[in-house]
Design a protein around this ligand. Structure first.
Ligand SMILES: [Zn+2]
Ligand SMILES: [Zn+2]
Length: 137
């Protein structure tokens, strides 16, 4: 049985939980994720959307990514914390920002994507699979 995942923003206006297994956990180093996270990359736990119970209403900012598909990053309108991401190319899935987890140690990234966009000060684990661009397909 999958470990239960829960999390939310700093002010508590947005909370989520799911007992679904993550489909993939990845660090995205694209420029859009850098801006949205304020850091070198976004740490994203991807789970089935239908399995996530969410309280509160994030505001979504839509950007069409390099691959031509939109990504909508959801943040709390009160505290501004990024919490979720919706991916047009994977409508049945939703990304949870790993830093918003109640227990961030549950995040174990398997890959780093868009590493071609990583700044020189970015650090990556030796354990992960590296993709210079996005996921194929
Ligand atoms: Zn908040
Ligand atoms: Zn990205």
């Amino acid at each position: 049985m999958a470990a239960k995942l829960s999390g939310g923003c700093a002010c508590g206006a947005i909370r989520y939980e799911t007992s679904a297994d993550p489909v993939v956990m990845l660090n995205c180093h694209c420029r859009d994720c850098q801006r949205a996270s304020g850091a070198a990359y976004a740490a994203i736990m991807v789970v089935p959307k239908s399995a996530v119970q969410m309280q509160g209403e994030p505001r979504y900012h839509r950007i069409v990514g390099k691959g031509g598909k939109a990504v909508e990053r959801g943040f709390c309108t009160n505290c501004g914390n990024p919490v979720v991401a919706r991916l047009e190319r994977m409508p049945d899935l939703i990304g949870l920002q790993a830093g918003s987890l109640d227990d961030p140690a549950q995040y174990r990234p398997a890959m780093d994507i868009f590493t071609d966009s990583a700044p020189p000060w970015d650090c990556m684990s030796a354990e992960t699979k590296k993709l210079g661009q996005g996921l194929p397909g």
